[in-house]
Design a protein around this ligand. Sequence first.
Ligand code: NOJ
Length: 753
Amino acid sequence: MMVAFCGLLLMTNMSASIANPLNDPETIERRVTELLGQMTLAEKIGQMSQHNASEGYAPDYLADGLRAGRVGSVINVVDVDAVNELQRIAVEESRLGIPLMVGRDVIHGFETIMPIPLGQAATWNRELVKEGARVAALEAVTAGINWTFAPMIDISRDARWGRIAESLGESVFLTNELAVAMVAGFQGDDLAKPGSIAACAKHFAGYGAVESGRDYATTNIPEIKLRNVHLRPFKAAVDAGVATLMTSFSDVNGVPATGNEFLLRQVLRDEWNFDGLVVSDWDSIRQLQVHGLTENDKESAFEAATAGVDMEMHGDAYSNHLAELVEEGRISISSIDTAVANILRAKFRLGLFENPFTNPEKLPSIANGRALETAQQAALQSVVMLKNDHGTLPLSAEQLSSVAVIGPLADAPYQQLGTWIFDGDVELSITPMHAIHSLVGRDVDVRYVRAMENSRSRVSEAFDEAVEIAGDSDATILFLGEESILSGEAHSRADINLPGDQAELVRRIRETGKPVIAVILAGRPLTLTNIVDQVDAMLFAWHPGTMGGPAIADLLFGIESPSGKLPATFPRMVGQIPIYYSQKNTGKPPSPDKIAHIDEIDTRAPQTSLGMTAFHLDAGYTPLFAFGHGLSYTTFDYEHIRPSAYEIGPGDTVTISAELTNSGDVAADEVVQLYARDLVATVTRPVRELKGFKRVRLEPGQTVTVAFDLHTNDLAFYGRDMRLRTEPGEFHVWIGGSSETELRTEFRIVDND
Ligand code: NOJ
């Protein structure tokens, strides 16, 4: 058998200089079949098992497992020598020499950290997001990693959920587009090329809809909503060639995703023809029992394998029980073969049989500064200016003699990196406080007071000093928000106000009467209602990553104009959740004249009805900041929206265009957004859906025509029969700088029959 492996290797070396013929699908299928034919059942089950290798350097138990062919993949080893040693044992000392997939959570950067994914989504910049993933891949491969567990593309409409930080927000279209960009960045144009790593679209599916935003909780999602919302980004990722998918931890409509045959077989394999690898989440096969779906690990292995989970991440349900299940005839050998073929296919696609080892010196090097430049650009474009009264921003270093920099997140190099930064190099982090010093420190007296030990602090002893310094300075920049530990996996919150005494700090600083600018660093949308009126300007910077400081400083001092746009709606109150721009109209839609406020109810005059529309008595129906919102230092005017045709037929494309003018004084980027509404359909459709976006740069006074092509397929949705269709009828379309744009036109799809 060793000979067979060597033969493969020889063949590879001979053909290495030719344009990678090994990568053509037929060759890969042939090699998969040949290899499968040589494998014992134990070796097959070995491929289906991923082991945590975070402890020690090729520990004995793992080395033995590799020699015996009991391990198909390892997770959490990042020492290149250790990875090479594990690969060496797998390739040289196991019977068939099958190389390992080496997995790691490279979520938003490896050493150099980009903004959290939600922040990257706020850039609305496909190329930049792709480049961020590319940089992450190029850094990760130097450690021997060939598989990342990203992108996380769970549609998330609940800011309480800590993992909204890892998501690309609430919109199907924005998530689809950026998911595809991330997959392209990680995987490159050929998975087998040095510098590419396999991406993993996760968590399949519906995880973002956990009840009350509590991580791991139940999800109940009608099939039509699953198909129209939650599954769509996964389909986009599959179509874009994502190599792997990960199942969700959660229960979906009564069947946990890891044992969900409907999702994993019917949708993913039968309808979408996905031939990549499906991995469970960490220990999620064993957890089928904890969910109450199975009695024991053996039954959990049965359910997961039957549903179509190819590989078990960190667990031993498969390794302990699959063989027995096959012997009992409950699991067929052909279904095991299918799973193993999916795994081997991924390994062949990655070129691991040809190049199992990592020699960092032979990898494409990241050009000097490329990683940091990408991180800075991404941070710059991710920051959303939520408010800017009276042109408070940008600050002028010429006009200020002093500025107070106050708050627990002004100089917190680790916290600004955000969640999931296992390998992030905190030493590279440049904080806003340092960046402001470097940018204007020679001209402006920068006075820093931390004021609070951390964002949750209830100790206000240092507030007096902060107030004194703020009162004595020309302006105050408050760095508030939440530390990285407050978002991410298992870090959900029920109250999404600024934690601790931060609101009180804002109130005290406000009393100085000096301009107050708040810069919020956070892993989720926060309810900012209690502080928004207390500040003159507000930047929302998410967790901006390694280069967050310089990006924020450049924006504060007008080196560049803010251009980020919200990828998720900001509620006024937590009780409005889920609040998102693409809601349905309802039969009783609210409007400003059809709502009442709880404080205005006159209980002396008996009333039985108040507006009778879909609103909250205390919060109304609008968000604090809408999806797509984001201000600039310039002003953009939109006009003359028009369709290229007022009637189109099925299969046609209509072009929607509008004129955009930079009517202000500075050059700036604008993210132009296209929304559409299907007015009447056989199932109710959202009041607006994002259908296109473009980031454009305009000089002062410049006018451009921005055009979007809309094919009738782009307006398709799943109907009552769960089939995708576009229905004829009238469509409204809007172009503008946020989901609240009123610049509208319309067209019809006419049925030719
Ligand atoms: C659990 C998380 O849900 C998943 O996203 C992650 O990739 C794995 N752990 C591995 O760390």
